[in-house]
Write a protein that binds this ligand. Structure first.
Ligand code: FCB
Length: 481
């Protein structure tokens, strides 16, 4: 999609807003570890990410998230920003180690108070909530992390305590965010915490996160929560680099590893059958107890889809590059991620390919049919090298992030087009769209080098400056009929 002029962007916003179905939720998303900071306050426990960031060479710019965006001390300002943005809903995550420093036991009062204050402020601003229970900050005290089955049981207990405490005031609950990324980046390739490089031996971490998901669905229901419950998976349509048989086989393999291992058991109640020749790699999943699968496939009220980019796969080992950093383990695999010269790229280098969001929705509809509950796009967005500029006449600060506007416009448009266009995705009930992210924040292994926000954050003094994309999204929200 070619770059639009400022007036074309406003026109597009008005048109798009007018085309959104009645009741369509617009929101902005964040996660605790990426924005809160205050990692040593209120008796918060250590998470695997706190530990990971202290290891030399793990984080691109050597930063930690100790202060992140200082959201912990700035909730009033951040809720005001959400309010002025005009969105209906805020997707945030509870920091497990702030609530259960050791990953078990009674909820810690200081943590509970922090989130109660946030929820009070959101309620006063008329903003609904989607709260994630696990967005990667596993308490470090849980030995073995998600490689240990016990972590799934501890997570179920945490969900129960949270459901009892907050069950009357959360609009929607997300159990687990992107178990695929935690498995692949954290346990297979070692570019995310906890930094394990188990390659295919990482699959137990996938199963335990999914079991934790299912146990937490049961626990939230047992606690009588009022809000709907769902999971968030990141989907990346996979295409082979060429028409060769080898590329096709590895593309199918990667589609399983990235998408189907995480969606099939939740929606169909079983793991996907391994592609021919790769059976041994998936043996950990073939041996799971069928009772676990019954838990994992508990019926959901909604399905959260995160979409950023498609993946192209080629046979043969390539370099060590992954979308999230360099991994020696990646270089040892018999396939690699191939480049997409045909697409423009975000600051992260990710291909900008909005049509593949339509593909992701088509795949969901085709693969899961009537078993797919209503869908929310729970994250979509892009990083660019945004900078604050002062207006020469007024001295007002501005961030001209037209590329982000074009990205968001094209993706929301593609999503609406896919579900209304008469294709397979027309069967999907798409209920909302959350931009990643409300704020520029601490982007995991990339530290402070990637800005995804609708609001610019100065990482030295934490000044917030709404970007042009913020005004653009507000116009979309206002233009709904
Ligand atoms: C997703 C994560 C989110 C953020 C975006 C850019 O994979 O859920 O925390 O890092 O990517």
């Amino acid at each position: 999609m070619p770059a639009m002029s400022p007036e074309e962007r406003r026109e597009f916003a008005r048109d798009l807003g007018g085309r959104l179905p009645a009741g369509f939720v617009l929101g902005a998303a964040t996660s605790a570890f990426q924005i809160e900071g205050a990692t040593h306050e209120g008796g918060r426990g250590e998470s695997v990410w706190d530990a990971f960031t202290t290891q030399p060479g793990r984080i691109l710019d050597g930063s930690t998230a100790d202060r992140a965006t200082d959201h912990f001390h700035r909730t009033t300002e951040d809720v005001a920003l959400l309010h002025d943005l005009g969105v209906d809903s805020y997707r945030f995550s509870f920091a497990w180690p702030r609530l259960q420093p050791e990953g078990k036991g009674a909820l810690r009062a200081s943590g509970v108070e922090f989130y109660e204050r946030l929820l009070d402020q959101l309620a006063a601003a008329g903003i609904d909530t989607m709260a994630t229970l696990f967005h990667w900050d596993t308490p470090n005290e849980l030995r073995g992390g998600w490689f240990a089955r016990d972590t799934a049981l501890r997570f179920g207990d945490f969900a129960h305590a949270m459901g009892e405490r907050f069950g009357d005031r959360i609009g929607r609950w997300v159990t687990v965010n992107e178990p695929a990324t935690v498995t692949l980046d954290g346990y297979a390739l070692g570019v995310h915490a906890p930094g394990a490089t188990r390659l295919f031996n990482s699959l137990p971490a996938a199963h335990h996160q999914l079991l934790g998901h299912g146990l937490s669905v049961q626990a939230l229901r047992a606690a009588g929560v009022q809000g709907g419950i769902g999971i968030v998976n990141v989907h990346s349509p996979v295409v082979p680099a060429t028409g060769s048989e080898a590329d096709a086989a590895f593309a199918e393999l990667f589609d399983l590893l990235h998408n189907r291992v995480f969606a099939d058991p939740v929606l169909l109640g079983h793991y996907p059958a391994p592609p021919e020749g790769f059976e041994a790699l998936f043996s950990a999943l073939a041996e799971v107890d069928p009772a676990d699968l019954a838990v994992i496939s508990e019926k959901l009220d909604f399905y959260g889809l995160n979409y950023y980019a498609p993946t192209k796969i080629a046979a043969g080992s390539g370099g060590s590059a992954t979308p999230d950093g360099s991994s020696d383990a990646m270089a040892s695999l018999p396939f690699h991620l191939a480049p997409w010269p045909e697409f423009p790229r975000t600051g992260f280098g990710w291909p900008i390919a909005p049509e593949f969001l339509g593909t992701a929705l088509d795949e969901l509809a085709t693969r899961y049919g009537s078993l797919l509950p209503p869908v929310f796009i729970t994250e979509n967005g892009a990083s660019f090298a945004d900078a604050v500029e002062l207006d020469p006449e007024t001295g007002e600060p501005h961030v001209h992030d037209g590329s982000r506007i074009d990205y968001l416009a094209a993706h929301l448009d593609a999503a609406v087009g896919a579900v209304t266009g008469g294709g397979p995705a027309s069967a999907i009930s798409l209920r909302g769209y959350y931009v990643w992210s409300l704020l520029d924040n601490w982007e995991w292994a990339a530290g402070f080098t990637q800005r995804f926000g609708l609001v610019h954050v100065d990482f030295d003094d934490f000044t917030r400056t709404p970007k042009d994309s913020y005004a653009w999204l507000r116009l979309v929200a206002e233009s709904r009929t």
